[in-house]
Design a protein around this ligand. Structure first.
Ligand code: CMP
Length: 219
């Protein structure tokens, strides 16, 4: 897929013409990272946004005692790093590669120029932000209404992407950071699913045996 098409599929650049996106892409660079490489750190002063071409990037907040909360996972076609451009504030999270990844890096300046020339494109930006708020609302409600076991079931179902067999793109520690609980408690939840015969697991390979049971536990 041409980069123009990839950008046009992001909510952020939805509605921009191929010509406009081609002009913007003159300023883009391709950057590659290995697993665990940090693209930027929470608090850094930002100057560009990113679109994932290949791989997977985690957006992470770290507590003062080193625990991590995983805000979101970004994979092919996802755009991130836009907040600093919109509010002129430091990076709100750390971006870390979970696997070998290649991204398009777009400096803010030409993006701002484009939005000023085509203000109706700001609707796409607003839609992206509204989507992020909806996801956070759901995560907040889950943290109030679901226990750790329920949240673990829900995350596993999300990460399975509808497939019965899948490889978890995260370490157990990172999964715990997504669930918002300790690794021990998340492990315990997974062990209980295996004991009940709902799930099978070998290292990072998972097989969902009884999806309906897991789904019920995630409600
Ligand atoms: P920025 O603050 O520039 O750098 C960190 C990025 O993480 C941020 O831009 C967003 O693109 C992304 N981000 C921050 N919070 C969330 C969230 N709740 N959901 C999805 N992405 C987020």
């Amino acid at each position: 897929m041409a980069y123009e098409e990839l950008l046009a599929h992001t909510e952020f650049f939805e509605g921009a013409s191929t010509e406009v996106l081609s002009a913007l892409l003159q300023h883009a660079t391709e950057v590659s990272f290995r697993r665990n490489d940090v693209l930027f750190t929470e608090g850094d002063s930002p100057d560009s946004l990113f679109v994932v071409l290949r791989g997977r990037i985690a957006m992470v907040n770290t507590s003062t005692d080193g625990r991590e909360s995983v805000l979101a996972l970004m994979d092919r076609g996802d755009l991130f790093g836009e907040m600093g451009m919109l509010d002129d504030r430091p990076r709100s999270a750390t971006a870390r590669a979970l696997e070998p990844s290649t991204l398009l890096r777009l400096p803010y300046e030409p993006v701002v120029d484009l939005l000023e020339s085509w203000p109706s494109l700001l609707w796409g930006v607003v839609r992206l932000l509204a989507g992020r708020i909806r996801n956070m609302d759901e995560a907040l409600a889950d943290s109030v209404f679901l226990d750790v076991t329920g949240r673990t079931a829900k995350r596993l179902l999300e990460l399975s992407n509808g497939n019965d067999e899948f490889t978890l793109p995260l370490t157990q520690e990172e999964l715990a950071g997504m669930v918002g609980a300790s690794r021990e408690r998340v492990n315990k939840a997974i062990s209980s699913f295996i004991r009940l015969g709902w799930l099978e697991q070998t290292d990072r390979r998972y097989k969902i045996v009884q999806r309906d049971r897991l789904a019920l536990r995630a409600r």
